[in-house]
Unconditional design. Structure first.
Length: 468
């Protein structure tokens, strides 16, 4: 594939890291004009990218590489990355935002056309759309391209509550509407103030089960009975989680934790009752400092901690029960929750999240850790006939598309090259991988030399993070 060349202008904020506003422009002259407007009194960084009228797939991949590089930069606050574009690039804004929705904390677009089905990927993204007069739909490249009015309505009927519309005065040209947005209406201030850390992506899995994803791509699950609801894990988002839960269910909500890592038990004191493995409760009481972010610094009192273990049952009413199955390995006492009523299995990180299992130990404890994991997987096998055809819902659902953060969004544009959902075969292959390591079919030398100390067997993978 021929390498695509992209030109851009950059204005750095005085303090770093800083929020970044990315603007797409149609030519160099337009880019300079946009930069003059956007850099005036801006507290954040500004990047204006010059693009042709139509973004072909190879150019989009190059643009994705560039934005991802900025997102990872020490100069940029990666969760405060927003997108706009001149009126001539409105189509490109719709396309890029729809294909990388989890990267942008806010989007502003003036008019334009886009794929209405791809645009629904933005239902969890704050979007400000300026709507000139309707221009209808066109068919281009075998796809329907709808105008901004229709795209916004498509977002609303898909559940978005984060889209705001402004309608310029009749006769206002799109380029003038864009200038007005950023010169007189404080749109840039609004965009730079948005933060993915405070945003949630909510997906209805099935009646009574919602998946909630945070900025870290950690997934938690709200499970509803008739008497109460349980949230399986918390993610590590900094938005109003309890307010979100109250909008989803009128029932009281308790917390059940698969394992006490910061992205699964963040600020657990927000819940009056917390179900946690009995050994983890003992560890927490002995050395609370080891449970980083499990409770906030200003937490005045701990919630009620309810010990659970193999076979424990959490009754939600109406026949909905979360049954505990132990599956140690990722942590010494990780658990999963079996939900027969909804035919679902909430796995946390116990068998990875569609790609890997992360093993955390000291280097000298490698064999001991792998041996314990093999035993946990062997004990869990007894549940496979029961749960094989359930929905296996992992702690990082997006990792079905791999752990490469740059290419995790590829599925939004229909160009993924990897898909490996959690299922019974992963458990079986993970056990075989443990045996490969312990029998030295995967040698320690190979493991230590591999990037991230990664190894795999069939559809299972494992990498190691060695503690000092």
């Amino acid at each position: 594939m021929e390498k695509q060349e992209i030109s851009w202008l950059w204005k750095s904020a005085q303090a770093v890291p800083a929020p970044l506003l990315v603007c797409l422009a149609g030519n160099c002259e337009e880019a300079e004009a946009c930069m003059r407007i956007l850099s005036e009194e801006s507290d954040g960084s500004v990047a204006v990218v010059v693009l042709p009228k139509e973004i072909i797939p190879s150019l989009e991949q190059a643009l994705g590489d560039l934005i991802y590089e900025w997102k990872q930069s020490s100069e940029v606050e990666g969760t405060r990355l927003s997108l706009t574009g001149s009126s001539s690039c409105a189509d490109a804004v719709w396309q890029v935002a729809s294909h990388f929705p989890q990267w942008f904390s806010a989007v502003c677009v003036v008019g334009g056309h886009g794929d209405p089905y791809e645009a629904r990927n933005l239902r969890g993204t704050p979007l400000l759309a300026y709507l000139p007069e309707e221009t209808g739909t066109v068919v281009h490249g075998g796809k329907v391209k709808a105008d901004a009015e229709r795209l916004v309505m498509g977002l609303r009927i898909s559940g978005s509550e984060m889209v705001e519309c402004r309608r310029p005065a009749p006769g206002t040209k799109p380029e003038e509407a864009w200038r007005q947005a950023f010169l007189t209406e404080k749109t840039q201030d609004w965009m730079l103030a948005q933060d993915r850390k405070r945003q949630w992506q909510v997906t209805l899995v099935k009646p009574g089960v919602w998946r909630i994803d945070d900025y870290f791509t950690a997934s938690c699950y709200l499970v509803e009975g008739t008497e109460k609801a349980v949230l399986v894990d918390t993610g590590m988002g900094e938005g109003d989680l309890t307010g979100l839960l109250a909008a989803l269910t009128r029932l009281p909500v308790e917390l059940a934790v698969t394992h006490p890592h910061g992205d699964h038990m963040y600020h657990a004191e927000r819940f009056s009752r917390v179900y946690l493995h009995e050994n983890d409760i003992a560890r927490l009481q002995e050395a609370p400092q080891q449970f980083r972010n499990a409770f906030s610094a200003d937490c005045q009192s701990l919630p009620e901690l309810c010990p659970i273990g193999e076979g424990s049952r959490i009754e939600l009413g109406g026949g909905v029960v979360l049954e505990v199955a132990e599956l140690s390995g990722h942590t010494p006492d990780s658990v999963v929750f079996i939900d027969d009523a909804h035919r679902a299995l909430y796995t946390g990180d116990a068998v990875g999240s569609g790609y890997i299992a992360l093993m955390i130990c000291r280097e000298e404890e490698l064999e001991q850790t792998v041996s314990a994991y093999r035993e946990g997987l062997e004990k869990f096998k007894k549940h496979l006939p029961r749960v094989r055809d359930y929905a296996w819902l992992g702690g990082h659902a997006v990792q079905e598309n791999g752990c490469d953060e740059r290419h995790q969004p590829d599925h939004f544009s229909g160009c993924s090259h990897y898909f490996n959902p959690i299922r019974a075969e992963v458990v079986l292959d993970m056990k075989a991988l443990c045996e490969d390591i312990l029998s030295e079919r995967v040698t320690r030398a190979e493991l230590m030399a591999a990037e991230e100390h990664y190894c795999s067997h069939g559809c299972a993978g494992m990498f190691f993070r060695f503690l000092p």
